[in-house]
Write a protein that binds this ligand. Sequence first.
Ligand SMILES: Nc1ncnc2c1ncn2[C@@H]1O[C@H](COP(=O)(O)OP(=O)(O)O)[C@@H](O)[C@H]1O
Ligand SMILES: C=C(OP(=O)(O)O)C(=O)O
Ligand SMILES: [Mn+2]
Length: 521
Amino acid sequence: MYGLEKLNIINVKNVYRNLPVPKLVEEAIKRGEGVLANNGAFNVYTGKYTGRSPNDKFIVDEPEVHEDIWWENNKAISMDKFERLYNRLTAYLQNRDIFIFDGFVGADLQYRIPIRVITEYAYQSLLARQLFIRPNEEELRNHIPEYTLIAAPKFNSIPELDGVNSEAFIILSFTKKLIIIGGSQYGGEIKKSIFTLMNYLMPKRGVLSMHCSANIGKDGDTALFFGLSGTGKTTLSADPQRFLIGDDEHGWSDKGIFNFEGGCYAKCINLSKEKEPQIWNAIKFGTVLENVVYDENTREPDYSSDKITENTRAAYSIDFIPGAIPSGMGGHPKAIIFLTADAFGVLPPIAKLTKEQAMYYFLSGYTSKLAGTERGITEPQATFSTCFGAPFLPLKPMVYAKMLGEKIEKYNTKVYLVNTGWSGGPYGIGSRINLTYTRTMVAAALNGSLDNVEFVKDPIFNLSIPTSCPGVPSEILNPKNTWADKEAYEKAAKNLATRFAENFKKYKDVTEEIKKSGPNV
Ligand SMILES: Nc1ncnc2c1ncn2[C@@H]1O[C@H](COP(=O)(O)OP(=O)(O)O)[C@@H](O)[C@H]1O
Ligand SMILES: C=C(OP(=O)(O)O)C(=O)O
Ligand SMILES: [Mn+2]
């Protein structure tokens, strides 16, 4: 049925394909996978795994891909091991119900990839349906999946037998066109392994794949927001003044940009109606909530609770956001914002970058891993995550960086660095930069009001900092002002500058101008 035999998926019980939302919710409730929250969303607890598990993610080392893969950044597994685990997985699926979501990634018809997501849980199929691109009736009739992802969280691997690191595994084989996931029930593994696939496929077709959100202003100007998990891509792109294209993954072709997905995966820790109204309103019937604590009686979600994890999530279709662009496409970006959550509290809340600095900061990808986003991370941890998305990059960094450099040159895109992390001191002493101020600064950068203000050069990072920004107290624009102890600031800033320089040594294949555009040490 549905060509499953070709994948050796045989003797399964019931196969449910592309069920509509209410039926998926019914199935999920019947099976006790979770509960309905009082806002209509389906709320699930994912068990042990509530964030990504990078240590359990592998790429099959096959001759056809060996040269291309950035092995310093990706774990290899042999085809032999993959096949054995695959056979155990398909054996596990026998006599069980499975759910199929057939759909697409890539909003641009020229580049879209037909995918199939096979899951053990009904709600996982709902999550896939909300996050990826849903086919219309005709597209569904003619759908031939090119890549298949199988996720069976209750099937555990055995490290001694399977040659993996734990009971969880996420394995991609680019030649078999398969992704298999077991052990972990965290929805982000499904989403981000499809993103990893796109990061492999798109550059080969001349499309830059990017870990960024995107929206369009009233004048049709596109903006991109790059950033590692938890730095604000979803939050800042959901802006009532602008139209959302997508919250996380995009391609940039010769025609413009396009969303890879058809939905959003928002963090909801401390979510409030006042600060993030669009996300708040998107949490309704059809949305999947992950690991949000709720009141047993009233089924009221408690977004303030991090009892299960700080990485609580809501997965909803893009059209749950008012004004989202139905085509998922936009023109060449006028502006790019690099979001960095600086746990040292020394980077300015906004700075303008030269073209060389843009390349330097893109390759450096300095930010923090935020609590809960990866296994073992319980407080912000400074990291250099190449292209602001290293965990999802199968190819070597220069592949992406060269394409970005050419594009910002060709389309004359302005680039800003925005610190959505700490100020007034490091994590633990300072505080997270006020979201309202960040929104105001971003708006100023995008609507051109920063074009007419005076900038000063930060002596340590060489960054151009605006001396004023409408709606934001000028004192906070220069990070040194926000620290009570100026000496401590100098020390922390110099320490970070040194880390930048150390990290950048690995990039040999860049111009002197780019190398020199980093912080002074
Ligand atoms: N100054 C700020 N800028 C952006 N986000 C902030 C800020 N301060 C706190 N936050 C919180 O940080 C989180 C950002 O998460 P999110 O937008 O989902 O990140 P991403 O989409 O990049 O993974 C949200 O929970 C948001 O409320
Ligand atoms: C889903 C994830 O990323 P993001 O927060 O960027 O959406 C993740 O890192 O698991
Ligand atoms: Mn996001």
